[in-house]
Structures are given as structure tokens and as C-alpha cells.
Design a protein around this ligand. Structure first.
Ligand code: GLA
Length: 740
């Protein structure tokens, strides 16, 4: 057995232990000069170690020599190296003229927030670890940046610099985070248009679970957050580790279990051939790989929420009630019709009015005009001024739809600059929704789109952009440069354009929409305040999508609208109360032609808007809790205020239960030491006469106190729970909870 001497003279030249602890999470690293940093522990908080503790932990975690394996057992680092004997997918795959393809790193410096190790140890709370390494033979330098954020969220990236004279080609740079042996199950997401973020669970088996996304956008089927956890982990039980790649272009998430028994999660960009070709002294940084740990999925999600909410640019919780005109008018843009819609919207309390697709160029349908960001004189003879002024005059903000990366072949821009359309020489990609992609990595194309957008921001009081992206990138080459693959460059150009527009118009908000929810990741969310979760507003589907989209984003970032009774994507028809109770737990809005809404429905919608306005400070600062019922056909979830004095929960039945009711409702997240009153509630409805509702005894008396609910301890509510009512399928009910 190897043993570590404590005598400094015997130690390797570089032998540093690092222990970070924040938000109930500890991360221990050991760095020796024989390779990249090794994560010894990522998970539950541990007591502060000494340097010897860390060395002992390293020894304690070193695997036995595999019979017929390497004579010296190796560690899997944050950037696994094949030269150690590791035979899984390398952290860096690259070469320079077919050599320098297997770098062996020698660490040259280590610091945490600029602090260097003292006696081989750095102990910190939240902090940024920077490790510099080089391979002199391969003429490469690397820096590993690992940051533990105050919420306990971890993020990691690698930066590779080519110090050689010839180009170094990187095919893959995928940092890793290890998970322990007890993480035996995986959870990630599948999806498609109007059906985003469907969870899938599978065993963590030997081999690689590889989720490659090659859409040129994040994708409706992106792995989103790839989790590994202890058997049967739920929202509030079992340990779980999850990773997310903050990148809106091609990317990969992976979970690997080697035959030697090492388990790790990883993710990075998935460059197209030749996209990352580093000249002398050029560098490439992998996107941030975020890592979250929790006891239960709720805790894992809350670290993302806390991080996002801590950023200075995070929007105020008073998210304005939004009316988006798409499903109200589609391409039928008539100023008088839109003004009447705005009047109705304002009269019921709408605060933001968004003009969707169809206001520009020859865009009278989806065959023409896309890419010409000039107000159509056919439909707006006096420009957008009269509509914008009317909307802002009613006290609402005005928002405008763009799809800056896209063109119809039948557009002025595509006719004048066919070379700006992404393609490989000699052929165009197949059209999707009659459109092609404009290459914003071509400086002139970028300037053209930016200038057209800036001109509109300058001309009108536009507070908000709905930024759409409605097709996958296929054969996304740059014709101006001989067909060079350019998803990577396009992704960076889009970020740059968003940043530039925001700098130009301070306070401008951007919504990330991509055929619904196909561009949701933490890189685009550095520049966007909200996402359009899906083109599907059917509440049955939205209950599931919201449940899972909150695994990454807090509710205030989820665009969530009340649409027409009959869903345009599923054909199902639902009560207004079910649609509104579902939309309530996101950034609330309307996607419905209010001109054809009855007075009674309008009055009910107005009540829901009032309820949303009263609840948004709680909904958008509190903690999201999701509770598994024994029957998965109903959704029970809520938000608990940060001081745990208030909460709102919702029970939404997607179908009929297997047994006569949904069983006990556990009001998770409440303070066990307080007492609370729980009151059932359905805005604008009298529960005593609600069709199909059978109230359990604890609801109280309908006549005497109109179901005032009852008082219980937080311990009882969260651990034992209350009987659910019996209700019709495709209905929802709220529960308002207050400490007494
Ligand atoms: C996409 C969006 C919709 C709408 C249309 C307009 O499908 O997801 O919300 O904006 O484009 O063409």
C-alpha cells in the first residue's frame, strides 16, 4: 500500500488540496504535478479538512490495480487523459497535423480567488479555483476554472491555448465531474416540437450514455439537465447530481461508467469539423458545465434558481402580465383590430403587449419576407407609431417579435445577398418552415441585421423583444469562406447581437423562443429574461413541461399563457380555470383573441390576473416544491416563500386517478415548527358549486365558512399530508397556505 509522507521534501513538487464549501455543498480537489485536478468529493457538506485529510481522501478513493490493467492505478481527472491509462472518452480530443493528440498535463500554478496554497492547502467558501497546466511537448497550455457559487452550484470550464506554430484542431473538449458508485440511475430529457422536456429514466450502465445535440440550437430534445442519483431518487429524497451545458449551439451531455468502475458526468460543445482550429497563441474555452447536487431534485433545482436570482440582471419579480398576439391574429395584422385587442387587454390588467410575426416586409404568411426587418407599409401605412403609442398610452409596454437569424428565400435580403445564407458550396440546405438561416458570423450580414433592429429600437418605444429561431441548422456552412462550418461562430454572433442590442437600449428584455422551447440553456439566459416554454399551451401538457423546465429555470422565466379553450396543438378543450391555474405558476400572459371572449370569461380572466399580481412576489422569490403522488396522472406542486410564512400549491388532475382520489397531499417545504392555515381556492369560482368537486372534511363547511380550510402544523402538513379532494379530470385547484 502506498502511504503519503507528511514531510514536504518527499511530496511531489505540486501537491495541493483544495476544499470549498458553500450552500451546503463541499468540493474537494487534489492537484499534483502528474496531471489535471481530481475531484475527490462533490456533494454533501463535509467538515473542513487538513492537507493530510485530503491526501488521505485521495488514497482512500484510489482504485485497486486492475488485474491485467495499468501497473499504477490512475485517477480520472476533470479532463481525463488517455496517457494515464484511462480508456474512456478523453477530456480533450484534438491534434496538430496528427500529432500532439494525447496531452499529458503538468500543473504549473493553482490558486483560489488569487490566493495561493499555504502548506499545500487552500480552504474557502464559495470561490474560483484556477489551475494552469502545460504540455511542453505538445505545445499546449490549459487552464481549468472551477467555481463554487454561493448557492452550492458548481461550474467548470477548460481553456486550451495552442502555443505551437501550426494550427491545433480541437474535436471535443468535455470536462467531467465524478459521481459516486451509489449514483445508479440516470434522468434526463427527450422532447420534440410542442412536447418539450419529457423526462426519461434509465439505469447508469457500463458504457457511455451520450446525448448529442446537433440542431445548431439547444434543441427541443436537449438532455437539458443530465442527472445521476441514488436508486429511486424523487423530488425530495435520494441524492442526485446533475450537469447542464451552457451553450446554445451543438453540444453533448454524457454519463460514463467505465469498465474499471469510474462514474462521471460531463458536457461541452460538439464542434463541427474544423470549427475549433487554433492558430498560434489562440485559445478556446469550453462552455460552462454547471453541476448541481441535492437531496432530491427540488434541492438540485433550487441551486440553479438561487444562482439565477442572485445575478444583477435578473428581472424584478413583478413580471408584467403579457398579451402576445400570435394565436389571436396570426398573420392578420390590421391596426384597428390590434388596437381593439390592446384596449381589451389593458381593461383587464394586461401590462405588456407583444406584436408577433407578420409586421414586417412581405411577411403576410410564412412563405415570404422573413429577414426584412422593416415595417410593412401594406399593413402599417403610418409605421408602427400609432399602435405603439396607443399601447404605451394605455400604460402597457410594447414588445416586438424578431427572428434575426432567419430568412425566407423570398425576401429582399436573401435576394440581395444569397451568399449570406448558410450552406455548403453547390447546394442549399432543405428548407424548414420555408426558411433558411442567415449567417450572422459574416460581418456584413451581422451589421445589416443589427442596423435594421437598432433602427426600430430607436424609432419606437420597444421594451421587449420576442427573439425566435424556428428551424434547425443543416449544413450550416459559410459560403463567403468556402463553406466553412459555422454553428460555433453563429452561436457566438447571436450572443454578441443580443448583448449589443441590450447595451444600445438599456432595460430591453429579450425572450428566448425557438419554435417554442428549443433554445433554453444558461448561456442564452445570461442575456434573456424569459423563455417561451412551448408552442403547446394545452394545460395538461404544460403541467408536465413546467414541472420539468423548473429543473433549470425559476418560474418567473417561464413564459406561460392562457390560450383559447381548444388547444391549437392538441385539439383538447379545457375550462378557463384549468388553463389559468396552470399559467399562474409562470410568467403569466395571454395568447388568445380577446375579441371573441365572452364577458363572463373576460371577467374571470381579470380575476386571475388580479390573483397573479397578488401572488407574483411570492411565486417569483419563493422556493419551488414538486411532490410525487402515488399516481403520476396528477401534478401537485407549489412555491413556499423564503421565510416559510406563506405558500401556494396547486393540484392539477391530468386524468382520473387509479383509486377514488389522489390520496394524501404532502405540503412539502413548510416549516415543521410553525402552524399554518390551508385554504382551498379557485379564483372566480365558488367551490361549493364547483362541478365534480367532492370536498374532504378538512375543507370545512361550504355554507358556514365557504371552505375556510383548517389549521395544521407544518410537520404534519409536510410529512403526513391532507386528503385530496375528488375532482373532475383536467381541472385544477389552488391551496393558499399562511402561517398563523
Ligand atoms: C414560433 C413561435 C410562436 C410564434 C411563431 C410565429 O412558432 O414559437 O410563438 O411566434 O413562431 O411565426
Amino acid at each position: 500500500m502506498t502511504s503519503y509522507s507528511t514531510s514536504p521534501a518527499d511530496r511531489p513538487r505540486q501537491d495541493v488540496g483544495i476544499a470549498l464549501t458553500a450552500g451546503g455543498v463541499s468540493v474537494w480537489l487534489r492537484i499534483t504535478d502528474s496531471g489535471m485536478p481530481v475531484v475527490l468529493h462533490w456533494g454533501a457538506e463535509l467538515p473542513v479538512p487538513t492537507a493530510d485529510d485530503l491526501r488521505a481522501a485521495d488514497e482512500g478513493s484510489l482504485m485497486v490495480r486492475d488485474q491485467n490493467g495499468m501497473d499504477v492505478p490512475f485517477r480520472v481527472s476533470v479532463l481525463p487523459e488517455t496517457g494515464t491509462g484511462y480508456q474512456g472518452r478523453p477530456g480533450l480530443i484534438g491534434h496538430r497535423d496528427s500529432i500532439a493528440w494525447s496531452p499529458r498535463w503538468r500543473v504549473t500554478s493553482v490558486d483560489v480567488d488569487g490566493r495561493e496554497p499555504l502548506d499545500g492547502l487552500i480552504v474557502a467558501g464559495a470561490g474560483v479555483v484556477t489551475v494552469l497546466a502545460e504540455d511542453e511537448e505538445a505545445h499546449l497550455q490549459a487552464s481549468i476554472v472551477l467555481e463554487l457559487l454561493p448557492s452550492g452550484l458548481l461550474r467548470l470550464r477548460a481553456v486550451i491555448t495552442n502555443t505551437g506554430d501550426e494550427t491545433y484542431d480541437i474535436a471535443l473538449l468535455v470536462p467531467r465531474l465524478p459521481v459516486p458508485d451509489r449514483a445508479v440511475e440516470l434522468l434526463d430529457f427527450a422532447g420534440r416540437w410542442s412536447d418539450e422536456r419529457r423526462p426519461q429514466r434509465l439505469p447508469f450502465a457500463v458504457g457511455t450514455h451520450l446525448r448529442e445535440a446537433r440542431h445548431g440550437r439547444t434543441g427541443a430534445d436537449s438532455a437539458f439537465v443530465l442527472h445521476a442519483g441514488t436508486a429511486g431518487f424523487t423530488f425530495d429524497a435520494g441524492e442526485v447530481w446533475g450537469v447542464h451545458v451552457a451553450w446554445s449551439g451543438n453540444h453533448v451531455h454524457l454519463a460514463e461508467l467505465t469498465s474499471a468502475g469510474q462514474r462521471h458526468l460531463g458536457g461541452g460543445e460538439l464542434p463541427l469539423p474544423g470549427e475549433i482550429a487554433l492558430g498560434h497563441d489562440e485559445s478556446y474555452a469550453s462552455p460552462w458545465l454547471y453541476g448541481t447536487y441535492g437531496v432530491g431534485l427540488d434541492e438540485a433545482a433550487s441551486r440553479f434558481h438561487e444562482y439565477l436570482r442572485s445575478r444583477p440582471q435578473h428581472p424584478d419579480p413583478r413580471r408584467p402580465v403579457t398579451l402576445n398576439v400570435w394565436e389571436a391574429v396570426y398573420f392578420d395584422h390590421r391596426v384597428d383590430r390590434l388596437i381593439a385587442l390592446a384596449d381589451r387587454a389593458a381593461s383587464i390588467g394586461v401590462e405588456r403587449f407583444v406584436l408577433d410575426d407578420g409586421w414586417f416586409g412581405a411577411r403576410r404568411n410564412d412563405w415570404a419576407g422573413l429577414g426584412d426587418w422593416v415595417v410593412s407599409e401594406d399593413v402599417y401605412p403610418d409605421g408602427l407609431g400609432p399602435l405603439v403609442d396607443h399601447v404605451t398610452g394605455l400604460g402597457m409596454q410594447f414588445g416586438l417579435w424578431f427572428e434575426p437569424e432567419m430568412v425566407n428565400p423570398d425576401s429582399d435580403v436573401a435576394r440581395e445577398h444569397p451568399e449570406w445564407v448558410m450552406q455548403v458550396p453547390g447546394r442549399l440546405p432543405p428548407e424548414a418552415r420555408h426558411q433558411q438561416v442567415l449567417n450572422l458570423s459574416i460581418p456584413d450580414a451581422y451589421a445589416h441585421v443589427r442596423d435594421q433592429m437598432v433602427a426600430l429600437l430607436d424609432a419606437y418605444d420597444i421594451a421587449y423583444i420576442k427573439w425566435d429561431h424556428n428551424r434547425d441548422l443543416v449544413e450550416a456552412g459559410n459560403l463567403v469562406e468556402g463553406g466553412l462550418a459555422s454553428v460555433h461562430a453563429q452561436t457566438l454572433a447571436v450572443y454578441r447581437l443580443m448583448d449589443e442590442l441590450k447595451a444600445h437600449r438599456p432595460g430591453l428584455e429579450i425572450e428566448s423562443c425557438s419554435s417554442g422551447g428549443a433554445r433554453i440553456d444558461l448561456a442564452v439566459m445570461e442575456r434573456c429574461e424569459r423563455v417561451w416554454v412551448s408552442d403547446c399551451s394545452d394545460p395538461v401538457e404544460r403541467q408536465r413541461m413546467h414541472r420539468w423546465t423548473t429543473q433549470l429555470l425559476p418560474p418567473e422565466m417561464l413564459g406561460s399563457h392562457v390560450a383559447s379553450a381548444q388547444s391549437t396543438t392538441t385539439g383538447r378543450t379545457h375550462e378557463l380555470s384549468f388553463r389559468a391555474a396552470t399559467a399562474l405558476f409562470g410568467h403569466f400572459g395571454i395568447e388568445w383573441d380577446l375579441a371573441h371572449v365572452s364577458e363572463s370569461e373576460l371577467a374571470e380572466l381579470q380575476t386571475w390576473i388580479r390573483v397573479y399580481k397578488a401572488l407574483r412576489p411570492l411565486l417569483f422569490t419563493g422556493r419551488v416544491v414538486r411532490i410525487d403522488l402515488s399516481d403520476p396522472l396528477a401534478y401537485f406542486h407549489g412555491v413556499v416563500s423564503s421565510d416559510r410564512t406563506r405558500a401556494v400549491y396547486s393540484l392539477a388532475a391530468a386524468d382520473r386517478p387509479l383509486t377514488s382520489t389522489w390520496g394524501r397531499l404532502r405540503f412539502a417545504g413548510l416549516d415543521p415548527d410553525r402552524r399554518y392555515r390551508v385554504r382551498p381556492h379557485l379564483p372566480a369560482h365558488d367551490l361549493a358549486t364547483e362541478p365534480g368537486l367532492q370536498a374532504p372534511a378538512w375543507f370545512g363547511n361550504a355554507e358556514r365558512d365557504s371552505y375556510a380550510g383548517a389549521e395544521f402544523t407544518g410537520a404534519y402538513l409536510s410529512r403526513v399530508g391532507l386528503q385530496a379532494p375528488s375532482m373532475y379530470p383536467e381541472r385544477a385547484l389552488l391551496f393558499l397556505v399562511r402561517a398563523v
